[in-house]
Design a protein around this ligand. Structure first.
Ligand code: SF4
Length: 347
């Protein structure tokens, strides 16, 4: 089946030109397919500088890749006709990290919701428009009578972020890219926002790409997880494998840094790089070699390919070089079918 959205061998480099800073490779040979039948939640996890925000901008079509293609139903986004591009803009929506910056403080919530509905011709008249807006608010757990007519500053941070989810949903998208949607709200409100994202997938058939630095929330809602490090995918596959039992040294480091409620299980200390890793050239070999406690001579030569370590997981690491190299670089071979999860359940 043709994917609604596909990143094919995308790389992005910043700088490196005449009078520019040295080149920065933000994304290297990245591929991914987003289907909507069935809809799914794919979590993209990485620390700052991993390339995940660059990826979000490329998937939205607002940042052109240096090489590779972004395809919408198999056609390069850069070559879409005016009508196709209009449909792409409606089908692929974004939820931003900062609900405070997403609003014009002079407009009521009604206006924020109405703009997209009108722009994409979702309703035929005012009554229909109102119905679409109210349904979108109810879908994310907000009461229209308590939300409409208010200014953003009259809502809590969690309500503001859920209004942004409703705004995206109101235009009937097929894919939503959510870039750190819970990083600026209180921990107590995170579950309600994650729940509303799951509602989009479960009840409205919307596939979600959930971008985060936080493995815990990625595990809570993701069917599959991609762990990114300096522009490459370090480990990918079933969230139920990758987070509870990581195999790539970088994912192990991320999981080890998750705070544990049990005082008998303190944070794991970051292991020191191996003697060989300390000599790693940052521009050659495995990108994690200078931090990796397991770095070997082979790691200093070339970036490892992705090895399929088990049925639903790949890792770009020479520790697994006895496994077969993965055939589908877009991870379609290893990703699992979506399953129903409850974000409100503790990890
Ligand atoms: Fe560590 Fe080598 Fe694996 Fe890179 S390829 S993560 S340096 S063991």
């Amino acid at each position: 089946m043709t994917a609604i959205l596909e990143a094919r061998n995308i790389s992005k480099q910043f700088g490196g030109g005449l009078f520019q800073p040295p080149p920065l490779q933000a994304l290297s040979q990245f591929s991914m397919r987003i289907e909507t039948d069935p809809p799914s939640i794919t979590a993209v996890v990485g620390e700052s500088g991993s390339g995940k925000t660059t990826l979000a901008q490329i998937l939205l079509g607002v940042l052109p890749p240096s090489t590779g293609d972004l395809l919408y139903y198999g056609n390069p986004v850069a070559e879409l006709s005016k009508n196709e591009h209009w449909r792409f803009l409606r089908d692929v929506q974004m939820i931003l990290q900062d609900p405070y910056e997403s609003y014009n403080p002079f407009y009521r919530v009604d206006h924020i919701l109405r703009v997209g509905v009108r722009r994409f011709g979702i309703a035929n008249n005012r009554a229909e428009e109102q119905k679409v807006i109210e349904e979108a608010l109810e879908a994310v757990g907000l009461r229209p009578e308590e939300t409409l007519g208010r200014y953003p500053h009259q809502l809590s941070g969690g309500q503001r972020q859920r209004v942004m989810v409703a705004r995206a949903l109101a235009v009937r998208p097929k894919v939503i890219i959510a870039d750190e949607p819970v990083s600026m709200v209180d921990a107590s409100l995170r579950a309600t926002i994650l729940d509303s994202l799951q509602t989009l997938t479960r009840d409205y058939g919307v596939s979600v790409i959930y971008i985060t630095h936080d493995l815990t929330t990625a595990y809570q809602i993701g069917d599959n997880v991609l762990v990114m490090y300096r522009g490459i995918v370090a480990e990918a596959g079933d969230a139920e494998l990758v987070v509870p039992d990581p195999i790539h040294p970088y994912t192990q480091l991320l999981v080890g840094s998750i705070p544990r409620p049990d005082p008998r299980k303190p944070w794991l200390e970051e292991q020191q790089p191996s003697e060989i890793g300390r000599n790693a050239d940052p521009n050659k070999g495995c990108k994690f070699a200078d931090r990796c406690p397991h770095a070997m001579e082979i790691c200093l030569e070339e970036q490892p390919p992705s090895y399929q370590v088990d049925a639903h997981r790949v890792a770009a690491c020479y520790l697994y070089r006895d496994s077969a190299q993965t055939e589908a670089t877009d991870f379609s071979d290893v990703f699992v079918e979506p399953k129903v999860k409850q974000a409100s359940e503790a990890v």
